[in-house]
Design a protein around this ligand. Structure first.
Ligand code: SF4
Ligand code: SF4
Length: 443
């Protein structure tokens, strides 16, 4: 592994002491999904850190194909951070390594320009993507194509299109997603919290019903909800792919947008986004103009389950007689340390039975766009996850992250199982709705 190319950058953009924090104890290995699947030290956290250290010391170069293979095979799930007793900041390191690889590799830059820069920075492009997907489903074209079996026999590079199509969630509603009003007043009672809602770039187009449920649940619980426009992608996909400069541009835009809202807290219902939003301070650390504002922004960010579990929440009266299991999204459990709060919300719902699955915080293979870039590995991880889910006997899988919901829903569809993947806020909203449909208390 030493295709040294003079002229290419070879240093990892994190302080050397961060890289050296790893003491090679190996305690993280069993928790790493890629190591568990492949049994290869180079696909373990310890092995990857070793390679990153070699990069930082100039012993390998960022355009080394083997280095690229192992670094991009990582899910950036951060299970190793949870397991590490030495406090290794693995996510920061792997994202810096990816930035180096992209800087050194023209093909990587092309993918970045088209997908990450072209689509995920543009609300127009994202709107077009959302509308086209809905039109494809509403028109019956999806049913025809899936029924024909054509998508399964696409050749060569087109096969990826088939893989992506298989991941598409079923989108309810019309061709255009329902937009949220910029300000929602509480239906009753005094204003107890002034919150701003981060809609998420994918969630706003594909999970508009969950976003609407989130706002309704908040409003019901004394929140004045602002949805400040115009919001942009939070930059999580860019950060995970090593596109930190684009992520910084998006962060500056979002910070300015949310500052104008005057809200006390900024809420997000997508774990992957929340994890990155809480790290805006670190992302803009070296920006003398934005650093202070980025830290102030990050301190106000809360995951929706974290916030709801922290306030005086109305207990729902409606009953939902179902057995559910809970998937810990990596960027909620490992990235933000939030495990108990979503479970607490589920336990509030009358009739709902929560059954724990084996290794609920083991990655399902979604990991941002990992299921598109590494479909074979993502498929193997999904197989393991589906085994754990099926063993619970649950009829729904609850996850607080759209990426996990999309991935697990695809696993459910592929197996023709009578279950669904759903966000905890959807269940909470449904319990309130059913309670409202019942006779008023004391009547
Ligand atoms: S982030 Fe996940 S896949 Fe990557 S090394 Fe750590 S545990 Fe393994
Ligand atoms: S990352 Fe942490 S747990 Fe893993 S080998 Fe290094 S010090 Fe040990």
């Amino acid at each position: 592994m030493n295709n040294a190319s003079p002229g290419l950058r070879s240093r990892l953009d994190v302080p050397r002491e961060v890289v050296k924090r790893c003491v090679h104890c190996g305690l993280c290995l069993d928790f790493c999904p890629t190591y568990r699947l492949l049994g290869n030290e180079l696909d373990s956290p310890r092995g990857r850190i070793y390679q990153m250290r070699a990069l930082s010391e100039g012993r390998i170069q960022a355009d080394d194909p083997n280095f690229r293979l192992h670094i991009f095979r990582c899910l950036d799930c951060r299970a190793c951070e949870t397991a590490c007793p030495s406090g290794v900041d693995y996510g920061r390191m792997v994202e810096a390594a990816r930035a180096e690889i992209r800087a050194a590799n023209r093909a990587e830059r092309l993918t970045r320009d088209v997908l990450l820069d072209g689509v995920f920075t543009s609300n127009l492009a994202l709107d077009a993507l959302g509308t086209a997907t809905r039109a494809y489903q509403r028109s019956g074209a999806q049913r025809l194509l899936r029924g024909s079996g054509l998508l399964r026999i696409l050749p060569g590079p087109l096969k990826k299109l088939g893989d992506m199509e298989a991941m598409l969630p079923d989108l309810p509603g019309g061709v255009r997603p329902a937009a949220l009003p910029p300000r929602t007043l509480p239906p009753r009672g005094e204003v107890r919290h002034r919150v701003a809602f981060i809609t998420g770039c994918i969630a706003a187009r594909f999970f508009d019903a969950t976003n609407a449920a989130t706002v309704r649940v908040l409003a019901r619980n004394g929140c004045e909800v602002f949805v400040p426009p115009p919001q942009k992608c939070c930059g999580a996909l860019h950060v995970h792919a090593g596109e930190r400069d684009t992520a910084r541009q998006l962060a500056r835009h979002n910070i300015a947008t949310f500052e104008r809202s005057g809200a006390d807290v900024y809420l997000v219902n997508a774990a992957g986004c929340g994890s990155t939003l809480k790290e805006y301070g670190e992302l803009l650390e070296d920006d003398s103009i934005w650093s202070r504002r980025a830290h102030a922004f990050a301190e106000r960010v809360r995951d929706i389950t974290e916030f709801l579990a922290s306030i005086d929440l109305e207990t729902p009266r409606g009953t939902i007689e179902r057995t559910v299991t809970y998937q810990d999204a990596c960027h909620l459990a490992h990235g933000q340390g939030i495990r108990e709060q979503p479970r607490r919300l589920l336990r509030l719902i009358p009739g709902l039975r929560l059954v724990e699955m084996r290794e609920s915080d083991f990655c399902c293979g979604s990991a941002g766009i990992y299921n598109i870039t590494q479909p074979e590995m993502a498929g193997r991880l999904l197989d393991l996850k589906m085994e754990s889910i099926i063993a619970t006997g649950a009829d729904a899988v609850v996850a607080a992250n759209p990426g996990c919901i999309i991935q697990i829903a695809a696993g459910i569809r592929q197996r023709g199982l009578p279950m669904e993947a759903i966000h905890p806020v959807d269940l909470l909203g449904e319990a309130y709705r059913r309670g409202d449909a019942m006779a008023p208390p004391g009547a």
